[in-house]
Design a binder for this molecule. Structure first.
Ligand code: NAP
Length: 527
């Protein structure tokens, strides 16, 4: 049952005199439950509790934390259809997508549980003492990764489950040994409430300390800003707009003790189609891209927003086929009014620009509560001349850039900003242009794909979902996959520390049985 309260550890709280309401994404009607925004005092209580829980939580054995993560997954599943229905109402996403996203969320929690039980992720490194070394003896130095402290998670509007309350940021922060405070997104307050309750049930069942998890509602930016500025908060995870991510990043740098903000802010995810690919599969490429552009009404940070081609009859056929396929798709409900207005205004603006040609007849028409996917074309030269055409249009839109030749294609690649993904569609992997583009795109993007669409982001050990600014505020880290845990830890070296005080991962006998690097060699052997 949705309660509308703030969850401050195990305590529910509703001090604010005002209430805020969730809404039906498809009709913008208000839903009945009142949600209480957190007051300044409640923000402080949540942060203080997280700080108190931290030393207890971080000292737990990995197995205890993994039990907690698995219990969260079980509790989410136990919410059954109540959760699925609420997500559908609040997000406008269809049942299949929501059920799939729930599976991804619980799968991700269980993956992190297995990952921390296996244990090698702490990167234990031991350089034992060499008392007889000449000319100077070597001291005993051991290092491993340790959790940083309370993490604030700003949930994403476009993934109400997988990038939200119990999503990848929360899962990785908890897995590392940090308490989490979630700032609920106004687009899915009820979903957040249900998941927060599930997390707290799991915490109680597995005897986690009070304060290991809190969830706060907000009215405007005050709660989020206060959380980022709170002394007890050690790190921030965010998925959303460039404006929001950068504002929170800047705020965190103004603190007495600046802290990291890991903001994933989306990108235009260019797809480069080489002429050889166009020649043999223009129609198939059009179908493949149309499906990717319209998936989830285009509300993916990996939506292919730019398609870079070289002029020719096949490219013209591709553009027509893509426009036809896009036009044949149903109009879709967007996640919230703000996102929909942004989309409509951006597309409307593009349609007024001389160098941009909108494709298709029904494109860009105003529809009640839904939007229609749209594609447009621009020449390579005009694209280079108008830098604002590189900005993301969040939603089902893609700009086809028609280059005069391969050199222009390369210039466009060289002029791209940081991207989450970049894709190469080609038939000839030995081509010099492909090699050059591969090299350029490897510098520009966090993930380089061949012959696929970027919208699927596998949750696995090798995934990197990040990229140079403005795709993220820290290109060294991913927000998807097990390496996401590295955002919320820091290395600590112990010099000549006694065995009884060392963490288990660094003790001589290797009680956890994990892989460690001893004198530069990976081994599971005791010392
Ligand atoms: P958003 O406006 O960036 O908001 C995300 C979260 O950050 C919300 O909880 C918001 O609070 C908070 N926030 C934003 N700016 C803040 C500030 N200056 N101080 C404190 N808190 C702040 O993103 P959105 O609402 O999800 O969607 C808006 C646009 O973001 C979309 O049109 C799209 O362009 C982009 N977007 C990108 C991605 C991505 O993949 N990276 C995902 C979703 C959306 P409130 O709840 O109070 O507004």
């Amino acid at each position: 049952m949705i309660k509308g309260t703030n969850k401050i550890g195990y305590q529910e709280s509703a001090q604010h005199a005002q209430a805020t309401y969730a809404f039906v994404a498809a009709t913008l009607e208000s839903l009945p439950e009142a949600f209480h925004p957190a007051t300044g005092e409640e923000v402080d209580q949540a942060a203080q509790k997280a700080a108190k829980a931290f030393p207890i939580y971080r000292a737990l054995a990995p197995r205890q934390r993994s039990e907690f993560l698995r219990a969260i997954a079980d509790e989410i599943e136990a919410l059954g259809s109540e959760l699925i229905e609420r997500v559908m109402v609040e997000s406008g996403l269809p049942e299949g997508r929501v059920t799939g996203e729930r599976g991804r969320t619980t799968g991700q929690l269980r993956l992190f549980a297995d990952f921390i039980e296996e244990g090698s992720w702490v990167e234990a490194i031991i350089d034992p003492a060499m008392p007889d070394r000449k000319p100077l003896p070597r001291v005993d130095i051991r290092q491993m990764l340790q959790p940083v402290g309370p993490v604030v998670v700003f949930t994403a509007s476009n993934f109400p489950l997988a990038f939200s309350t119990a999503g990848g940021d929360t899962a990785s922060a908890l897995a590392a040994g940090n308490p989490v405070i979630v700032k609920a997104h106004e687009s899915h307050l009820g979903t957040n409430d249900l998941i927060a309750q599930a997390i707290l049930h799991a915490a109680q069942k597995t005897n986690m300390p009070d304060g290991v998890f809190s969830s706060l509602n907000s009215l405007g930016y005050e709660v989020g800003s206060q959380l980022v500025m709170h002394d007890s908060v050690a790190s921030v995870a965010f998925t959303g707009s460039q404006r929001g991510g950068k504002a929170l990043f800047d705020l965190a740098q103004k603190r007495q003790r600046p802290i990291p903000v890991f903001a994933e802010m989306g990108s235009v995810n260019p797809v480069f189609i080489l002429p050889e690919a166009m020649l043999v599969r223009a129609e198939a490429l059009a179908q493949q891209l149309a499906a990717s552009i319209t998936l989830g009404v285009g509300q993916f940070c990996t939506n292919p927003g730019l398609i870079v081609t070289i002029d020719g009859p096949e490219t013209r056929q591709f553009s027509q086929e893509l426009a036809k396929a896009i036009e044949a798709t149903q109009a879709g409900t967007m996640l919230n009014q703000g996102i929909r207005t942004n989309f409509e205004e951006r597309v409307q603006h593009l349609s007024t620009l001389d160098p941009v040609s909108m494709l298709g007849s029904r494109l860009n028409e105003k529809l009640p509560h839904t939007v229609k996917a749209t594609v447009a074309t621009v020449s390579g030269a005009d694209f280079m001349e108008h830098p604002h055409l590189r900005e993301e249009v969040f939603g089902p839109f893609s700009l086809i850039i028609i280059c005069a030749d391969r050199q222009e294609m390369e210039n466009i690649a060289n002029n791209l900003e940081g991207q989450l993904t970049a894709t190469l569609m080609t038939e000839n992997h030995d081509d010099d242009v492909v090699r050059t583009l591969f090299d350029i795109l490897s510098q520009k993007a966090g993930r380089v794909l061949f012959d696929g669409v970027p919208t699927g982001v596998e949750v696995c050990h090798a995934m990197h979902h990040g990229g140079p600014y403005p795709a993220t505020t820290d290109e060294r880290f991913t927000s998807v996959g097990t390496k996401a845990i590295l955002r919320f830890v820091r290395p600590v070296a112990y010099q000549n520390a006694p065995q009884n005080l060392l963490p288990d991962a660094l003790k001589n006998e290797n009680p956890l049985g994990i892989w460690r690097k001893i004198n530069g060699q990976l081994t599971k052997d005791p010392l």
